[in-house]
Write a protein that binds this ligand. Structure first.
Ligand SMILES: Cc1cc2nc3c(=O)[nH]c(=O)nc-3n(C[C@H](O)[C@H](O)[C@H](O)COP(=O)(O)OP(=O)(O)OC[C@H]3O[C@@H](n4cnc5c(N)ncnc54)[C@H](O)[C@@H]3O)c2cc1C
Length: 391
């Protein structure tokens, strides 16, 4: 098989890239190791920055998102039983975010790709990327029990943190920046209307909790749990009891309970691989960087990377200049590190580290009070949450 851009992975990064390239008249082939059902059901991110929603709309993938997505103009910070709302449009000159699940973004992009785009092969596992330094890189892959080769002009590794693309960068050229956190998130989906109309980020001495939603009838809730916790170790009733404790307020706010339909634990990690490009191999999304989910940045960063790549390739076609492709890694990393910083700030602002000292507790509360009382601090949070602009 031969194509211009070989894309490994049909998560949000790979699927959107295929769509952007197709719209620019550039052909691609997407290889995805899992089946369609798995990709469409994998529960992950749920917050789209305004810039991400704009990109999906411009790519012709925003119709259902605009019908079913929920526009959110703020979040609530909760600490010491008090509530503080951060008003996004007021602090950013009009920006907001959209609650629309990653599963739905993927479903929309898969449907478009199968209808109008180039080949999207499910059950096609990339085994290795070879010849990244040559003009003709290739991807070896296995599909329907047979090994095959995809010859490309460019390969984009959109294959997530555990993929193969990153391994093609020689160890001597790779630099990894990493931090793991001694806690994770126990997440549930519940068939109950959200108890608040905006996301609630709660800092509590027992640990962090987040109230989020997937739709007006489905709640998504998270609890900070110790690293290595198994989802099955918590009974549904225990989860609700703990959520109630951490979200408690001084007023008459109440948490509504409902049937839990899914339960999982997400580890928390910050990770950046530099560079994001090696010859004609480009890394995008989780293949190159991971953020803890507190800042809701993972999916949005993946979108930023593939937009940068698609624009750079279009620029090459329009002008003959490879300048933007050459600076892909530096351009992406500037935005990536802002998102890493923001996600780290949000994580350390809201989670209680095991063994935190009374001094650290007081500092954390002082940081939260600063956001609640200073326009400048609140603006910084609102700008970070609604998204850093694409260059
Ligand atoms: C459990 C979990 C919960 C999360 N929750 C949030 C959240 O609440 N908010 C938030 O902002 N972010 C969250 N994230 C992060 C966010 O979902 C990711 O940043 C986003 O999925 C990145 O998209 P991607 O396309 O780069 O990678 P992925 O979505 O990981 O897609 C990679 C794709 O590549 C495929 N693949 C892997 N290896 C191969 C191979 N060898 N050959 C072919 N295909 C391959 C995979 O099957 C997958 O479909 C979460 C992540 C996880 C893991």
């Amino acid at each position: 098989m031969r194509t211009t851009v070989g894309i490994i992975g049909a998560g949000p990064a790979g699927l959107l890239l295929a769509r952007l390239l197709r719209n620019a008249g550039i052909d691609s082939v997407v290889l995805e190791s899992h089946d369609r059902t798995y990709v469409e059901r994998r529960q992950r991110a749920g917050i789209l920055e305004q810039g991400t929603a704009d990109v999906l709309r411009a790519a012709g993938a925003g119709e259902r998102m605009d019908r079913e997505g929920l526009r959110h103009d703020g979040i609530e910070l909760r600490f010491e039983r008090e509530r503080h709302r951060v008003d996004f449009p007021a602090r950013t000159g009009g920006s907001s975010v959209l609650v629309y699940a990653q599963t739905e973004v993927c479903k929309d992009l898969i449907a478009l790709q199968l209808k109008e785009g180039g080949p999207l092969l499910f059950g096609a596992e990339a085994l290795a990327v070879e010849g990244a330094r040559s003009d003709r890189p290739l991807v070896r892959f296995r599909h329907e029990g047979r090994e095959d080769v995809l010859d490309c002009d460019y390969v984009v590794g959109c294959d997530g943190f555990w993929g193969v693309a990153r391994k093609a960068v020689p160890a001597g050229l790779s630099r990894v920046f990493e931090r793991t956190y001694p806690f994770g998130w126990l997440g549930i989906l519940a068939d109950v209307a959200p108890s608040h109309d905006e996301l609630v980020y709660a800092r509590h001495e027992r640990g962090f909790a987040l109230l989020s939603m997937r739709s007006p009838a489905v709640s998504r809730l998270y609890l900070q749990v110790p690293e290595g916790t198994e989802a099955g170790a918590w009974a549904d009733g225990e989860i609700w009891d703990e959520l109630e404790r951490r979200f408690e307020t001084g007023d008459d706010w109440r948490l509504e309970r409902g049937p839990v339909t899914s339960k999982s634990v997400t580890p928390m990690r910050s990770y950046v691989h530099e560079p994001m490009r090696y010859g004609r191999l480009f890394l995008a999304g989780d293949a190159a960087h991971i953020v803890p989910p507190t800042g809701a940045k993972g999916l949005n960063l993946a979108v930023g990377d593939v937009v940068t790549f698609a624009r750079a390739l279009e620029h090459l076609g329009d002008t003959g200049s490879a300048e933007r492709l050459d600076s892909y890694s530096e351009t992406c990393l500037r935005r990536v590190w802002q998102a890493e910083r923001f996600s780290y700030d949000m994580t350390t602002l809201l989670h209680r580290a095991p063994g935190a000292s009374p001094f650290e507790d007081r500092i954390q509360l002082a940081r939260l009070r600063r956001v609640a009382t200073s326009r400048a601090a609140e603006t910084d949070l609102a700008e970070g949450y609604t998204g850093f602009p694409l260059e």
